[in-house]
Design a protein around this ligand. Structure first.
Ligand code: FM0
Length: 323
């Protein structure tokens, strides 16, 4: 009997944005993230000789074969390593506190890497699990680890993987602001490709990354929310600036994203250390002290409905689910 494996999502403080090698998912730059407790995926894989194709049952619903591309990429690598010839049934449950539209490829593909290798009887190191998850989705490479993790870009399949940076067992947390006015979708995969290929600002993004990354590592060492937040906010704004220079241009920001960023700036003026970051969608994440989270949430619900705000703390790395 194969086991259920749980992986938590992560949010990058230094963003991954752009691939050096599209096929192997080797990134242009190192990235650094915080794994969170509030959002996670449980996955179980069963290799089954009676199947005629790979199957994905997500939250109880069988998915069309079109969405299976990333899943089959990971399964193929596991089959190759384990000498398995059969297709697999993948059962997956996404745990998201509300209907947040936070479908997470990071937790999903990390859990799949863990569950598939477990079902195949492979005993992979964390490093090799991270490499495997990377093939599904780049950001998934970081969800193998709890706390802060850095994905070292490397140059090839062997040396591109995440490593733990700090267990985040200090006073840091994140509030998610789930906005309601979703923008037209550009997937992160398509968005980063278009930006690399066409945005004149992309070079500027890459130029400042090493500095942001080393500043961030120092800030984490110092356990300084002020510094971690300031660097993360700056890094996210730079990433989002590159999309405006793309051809055709695009943005992940909606009117409510702007409202959320303004709210965070106002809360900061009131004396709280609160900083925002955003990914390839309109939701806004607020970096702050865990001990300030309820006070900051009180302020945020003067701008948004209470159910739009979700509190998260640092979360654990990938593990077999206990039950
Ligand atoms: O997480 O093409 O992993 O560092 O979330 O599957 O490798 O979905 F803000 C964007 C995540 C990108 C930043 O990209 O892309 C980050 C982002 P894939 P992902």
């Amino acid at each position: 009997m194969s086991k259920w494996v749980r992986a938590h999502t992560n949010i990058a403080l230094i963003k991954y944005w752009g691939k050096e090698n599209e096929e192997l998912i080797i990134p242009k730059n190192n990235s650094l993230s915080l794994t969170l407790d509030a959002f996670y995926t449980d996955t179980k894989v069963t290799f089954d000789a009676t199947l005629t194709e790979d199957q994905l049952v997500l939250d109880g619903e069988q998915q069309a074969s079109g969405v299976l591309k990333k899943v089959s990429t990971v399964l193929d690598l596991v089959r190759e390593q384990a000498g398995i010839k059969t297709f697999a049934r993948v059962e997956s449950i996404n745990y998201v506190p509300t209907a947040a539209g936070l479908a997470s490829s990071a937790s999903g593909l990390a859990a799949l890497a863990g569950a598939a290798s477990e079902a195949a009887g492979l005993t992979l190191s964390k490093k090799d699990l991270s490499r495997l998850a990377r093939h599904g989705s780049g950001s998934a490479s970081r969800s193998i680890f709890g706390g802060f993790a850095e994905w070292e870009k490397g140059t090839n399949d062997e040396d591109s993987f995440a490593t733990p940076v700090d267990d985040a067992s200090w006073d840091i947390g994140m509030l998610f602001i789930i906005v309601k006015d979703a923008q037209k979708d550009v997937s992160s995969r398509d968005g980063m490709r278009r930006t690399v290929e066409t945005s004149p600002f992309y070079a500027g993004w890459l130029n400042t990354l090493d500095q942001d990354l080393s500043d961030m590592k120092q800030a984490i060492k110092e356990r300084s929310i002020k510094k971690v937040g300031t660097i993360a906010e700056r890094n996210a704004l730079k990433m989002h600036a590159t999309t405006l220079g793309a051809n055709p241009p695009f943005t992940y920001w909606s009117a409510d994203s702007m409202k959320a960023m303004d709210a965070v700036r106002s809360i900061r003026k009131e004396g709280y250390d609160a900083y925002f970051t955003m990914d390839a969608g309109p939701n806004v994440k607020v970096i702050c002290r865990q001990t300030d989270m309820s006070a900051i949430k009180e302020q945020l619900i003067t701008y948004f409905d209470e159910e739009q705000i979700i509190s998260a703390k640092p979360g654990p790395g990938i593990h077999v689910r206990e039950n």
